[in-house]
Design a protein around this ligand. Structure first.
Ligand code: ZN
Length: 298
């Protein structure tokens, strides 16, 4: 019960941090993807999702959060990719909040911490210490002023062990990297699971929740959060990728064709990292796949 009826959400989109590691095939400098954090709040308390990964992002998000004048109880992490959570410790400390994730995500968080020196710290300066302090919650369910927050495990999307946060009373799904919105999708890890079938199955699970609003983890902040549109566009992006993988012989052609089809999409570096991985694995059968995945970002 919420006597005031005050229950809502708001989204803060952090710009990607600066990076300085070369150019894309079209000559533009590499750059990351914006990361969206969702604040779900009642009259006193609030829950935050995916707080970003650099100290600067934590500062910007924290200052926005402080202006909301709510007691932050929990920080929920949708999946293990470091750009969604390496800054969680700073926010947890500043606001005295608990960090929550599924057991699968917690395992992936450890994998991402181990990859920091090979990948994240090579590309992005300014990532704070990132101890894994997340805990699971019983039944994958917690509450905010009496409203259910339901963690739904959807399996592989752009990485293993994704989860989404379903808030039935708001008609909301915080979808992490299962659904994208106006930003290039990371296609690289499809090579680990034989293509995009598992991702499509994860999208189906999100759709089955029947929410009106979806907050995508990577998005163009000028777009709305319409569930039907973002689901359809995410599926279309995968379908286009499968088509282009049949007709484009090399990563550069795939990259150029995607840019042409999605001229307004943000985060072309994410497109290039994924294309490099998919074609790298195709061109080097038997090579170490995780090395190829990392090389796509460097
Ligand atoms: Zn992501």
């Amino acid at each position: 019960m919420n006597p005031t009826g005050n229950f809502a959400y708001d989204v803060f989109v952090n710009d990607p941090p600066p990076q300085d590691n070369g150019l894309l095939p079209n000559g533009e400098p590499k750059g990351g993807s914006p990361v969206a954090s969702t604040l779900i709040y009642g009259s006193r308390d609030a829950v935050l999702t995916d707080p970003g990964f650099t100290a600067d992002q934590a500062g910007a998000l924290g200052d926005w959060l402080a202006g909301k004048d709510r007691n932050l109880t929990d920080i929920f992490i949708t999946h293990g990719h470091g750009d969604h959570w390496f800054a969680a410790g700073l926010l947890a400390e500043r606001f005295g909040a608990r960090v929550v994730a599924t057991a699968g995500t917690i395992a992936q968080m450890h994998v991402n911490v181990a990859a920091r020196p090979l990948l994240w710290d090579k590309v992005y300066p300014g990532i704070p210490p990132s101890p894994v302090t997340a805990v699971t919650v019983p039944g994958n369910r917690f509450t905010l002023e009496g409203h259910d927050l339901v963690i739904v495990e959807v399996g592989h999307a752009d990485t293993d062990d994704n989860s989404v946060l379903h808030v039935p009373d708001l008609g909301l799904v915080v979808a992490g990297d299962v659904i994208y919105n106006g930003a290039h999708m990371y296609l690289g890890e499809g090579v680990m699971v034989g293509g995009f079938g598992p991702w499509r199955a994860a999208i189906d699970k999100v759709e089955a929740l029947g929410s009106r609003h979806i907050v995508a983890g990577h998005q163009d902040r000028h777009r709305d959060d319409d569930a039907e549109r973002t689901i359809a566009e995410t599926r279309q992006y995968l379908d286009d990728a499968d088509d282009l993988l049949k007709t484009e012989p090399a990563a550069v052609g795939f990259f150029n064709a995607k840019v042409e089809r999605y001229p307004d999409h943000l985060a072309r570096t994410v497109l290039w990292a994924g294309a490099s991985a998919v074609y790298g694995v195709r061109e080097h059968p038997g090579a170490d796949v995780s090395q190829i995945l990392v090389a796509g970002w460097l």
